[in-house]
Design a binder for this molecule. Structure first.
Ligand SMILES: NC(=O)c1ccc[n+]([C@@H]2O[C@H](COP(=O)([O-])OP(=O)(O)OC[C@H]3O[C@@H](n4cnc5c(N)ncnc54)[C@H](O)[C@@H]3O)[C@@H](O)[C@H]2O)c1
Length: 321
């Protein structure tokens, strides 16, 4: 079994690669080879099989053709530019998120090998005038370019799967927190930084009130869910291959209290409350009342508590911070 991760240098891509390397098998088969593809070099890690790190730009069909050969069994399509980047630079979102997805699917079509394609969509496909709670069947009504590009990807994934050109499965990821590393260009960045920076002894700014509610999932559970999602038999997925990945709703107060419950009161004192009207405007427009059913039924899971989420960060990422 050969696995290809597109977007392998990203937060989820790196963790997914390492988890698969520790696991060594997927869909009942031993993993024999893995390719880490990204526009920036993915960090190498120990693996019991040959690991190749290659440069690939999914917005370029020739570059995509170089990494997707007939021997690839499972493709993780994680490469993307994030929400605020796609909003600021429309062409990047169109070329990478929309056309990049198309190029990957077209390449699979050319090869006629129908690989499994696992697509990271986003809850940003929902929004606007639709009632709460948001369920799998709520119609896609994105209010950003990023959400629109992900919604187009979902439709293509469904259609290519219906035609038997790929075996696609798409998961609408919640906001991933606690996200390791440096802040990114996502408007949701503070939802990780108000925890990550204080856990590492640094100050952080919270631009919203403590009542602000949002829908979260830890990186560890996200990766576990992507792997479970890869292993679901195609016949159990039904016609619509895309679904909400489980997460849970927490307020800012609850996530800070969870940090305090795990590590004591000092880190929370490093959080400064400072209004940032532009961030507040964007994030208060987001939906947080999601009620996934299909993914839960298929065995995917949310975190049990936000305390668990803080512990995962301390175990998995803090030693490398
Ligand atoms: N993290 C979240 O909160 C979240 C929420 C919803 C959806 N998602 C989706 O999950 C996926 C992974 O997210 P992440 O948090 O790891 O993001 P990330 O930004 O850390 O990783 C994305 C990776 O894609 C790579 N990339 C960008 N343009 C590329 C191109 N043209 N060709 C090849 N690679 C390219 C980047 O270099 C980066 O390494 C993305 O598709 C994202 O849209 C993430």
């Amino acid at each position: 079994m050969k696995v290809l991760i597109l977007g392998a240098a990203g937060v989820i891509g790196q963790k997914l690669g390492q988890t698969l390397a520790q696991r060594g098998h997927l869909r009942g088969e031993t993993i024999d080879a893995m390719v880490l593809a990204d526009v920036v070099a993915a960090k190498p890690f120990d693996a019991p099989f040959p690991l190749e790190s290659v440069a690939c730009d999914i917005s370029n069909p020739a570059s995509v053709a170089q990494v997707i050969g007939a021997d690839v069994d499972v493709i993780y399509l994680l490469a993307a530019v994030v929400s605020s980047h796609a909003e600021e630079v429309l062409d990047d979102g169109l070329n990478i998120n929309m056309m990049g997805t198309f190029h990957v699917l077209q390449r699979c079509r050319e090869l006629e090998t129908a690989p499994v394609v696992v697509f990271s969509s986003s809850n940003a496909v929902y929004g606007g005038e639709v009632p709460d709670p948001i369920i799998d069947e709520t119609f896609l009504n994105p209010q950003t370019s990023y959400g629109t590009q992900k919604a187009i990807g979902e439709l293509l994934l469904n259609d290519f799967s219906r035609r038997g050109l790929i075996d696609g499965r798409g998961f609408r990821l919640p906001t991933i927190s606690v996200r390791p590393g440096k802040p990114n260009r996502a408007a949701s960045g503070f939802m990780s930084s108000i925890l990550r920076e204080p856990l590492n002894g640094q100050e952080a700014i919270c631009p919203v009130s403590e009542e602000f509610s949002h829908y979260y999932l830890s990186p560890r559970k996200c990766v576990e869910n992507l792997i479970k999602g890869t292993e679901i038999p195609a016949e159990d997925l039904g016609e619509n291959r895309c679904m909400i990945m489980p997460g849970k709703q927490w307020t800012i107060r609850q996530v800070i209290d969870a940090m305090t419950a795990v590590v004591g009161p000092e880190p929370a004192k490093l959080i400064k409350w400072e209004s940032q009207p532009e961030i507040e405007r964007i994030v208060t427009g987001w939906r947080f009342d999601f009620q996934p059913q299909k993914s839960l039924k298929l065995g995917l899971e949310a975190d049990n508590s936000f305390e668990d989420n803080i512990r995962y960060y301390i175990e998995d990422d803090q030693p490398f911070a």
